[in-house]
Design a protein around this ligand. Sequence first.
Ligand SMILES: NC(=O)C1=CN([C@@H]2O[C@H](COP(=O)(O)OP(=O)(O)OC[C@H]3O[C@@H](n4cnc5c(N)ncnc54)[C@H](O)[C@@H]3O)[C@@H](O)[C@H]2O)C=CC1
Ligand SMILES: O=C(O)C1=N[C@H](C(=O)O)C[C@H](O)C1
Length: 271
Amino acid sequence: MTDLPGIVVTGGSGRMGQMLINAVKASEACKLVGVLERSGHDWIGQDVGVTMGGAAIGVTVSDDPVETFAKAQAVIDFTAPAATIGFAELAAQARAVHVIGTTGLTEDDIAHLDAAARHAVIVRAGNMSLGVNLLAKLTKKVAAALDEDFDIEITEAHHHHKVDAPSGTALMLGEAAAEGRGVSLKDVSDSGRDGITGARQRGDIGFSAIRGGDIVGEHDVLFAAAGERIKLTHIATDRAIFARGALKAALWGQDKKPGSYDMFDVLGLGD
Ligand SMILES: NC(=O)C1=CN([C@@H]2O[C@H](COP(=O)(O)OP(=O)(O)OC[C@H]3O[C@@H](n4cnc5c(N)ncnc54)[C@H](O)[C@@H]3O)[C@@H](O)[C@H]2O)C=CC1
Ligand SMILES: O=C(O)C1=N[C@H](C(=O)O)C[C@H](O)C1
């Protein structure tokens, strides 16, 4: 039991944090050794079993990442970009696998993560579910098979608390479509349309975002041409799918060399 990899969950009180804590607790392949929250949060100093409404489990919520990561073989992190950048450096110092689900990262943020990945394993994906990663591979294949007569439009829908758009998943799907077409997403991305935008540019990949209620996450990739349309869809109804993927990544990363990995690596979804 004591040899099982120790997992730290950051942002423990969050929507994903709580899913992750439950997933780690239920797993026979690892053990929960720490939970982090931001300084000032009212869970700090309390047993996480109690803060989640149950019995004490002997893990106290902390706001000290250095001390907490020292106990970890893996850190699972679904928080916010600024927090994730700081955690990457500290997880690398602790030689812990850093599984990152946080979205809304800038190019500069990703450069920081790549620097940390020179010293430790980082697995990062805008969506950790098997279904979305498969959808990305399908998107790439369909985009490669069709020419620019087919306009590609990616639509995503999420709960009203979500702070970033387009979603990490939408961007993943956009990257997959762009790769299939042999172009760079940066050159063809069209997001946030409002006002007199002008006609759609041939070859663009468009993004639209819906925010409302408690939608867990829905993504459509539309290929629209004159006379016909193809739509690829993923609907998440339970955040457990993301937690399952993240836990799989944390265990998968244990015997890997330092570097940046994604869920295609973890799930063995090559081209
Ligand atoms: N890659 C994937 O499969 C998925 C990614 N996400 C992403 O995960 C992130 C979190 O999503 P939710 O759980 O819905 O958000 P949330 O707002 O419910 O939870 C975020 C938690 O992080 C904590 N936090 C923020 N700064 C911190 C710090 N410096 N130290 C410790 N804790 C800190 C907050 O207090 C909060 O409890 C978002 O970026 C979201 O897009 C969400 C679901 C799936
Ligand atoms: O914030 C969320 O909730 C989600 N975020 C991820 C994203 O940005 O795509 C994954 C999932 O769709 C839920």
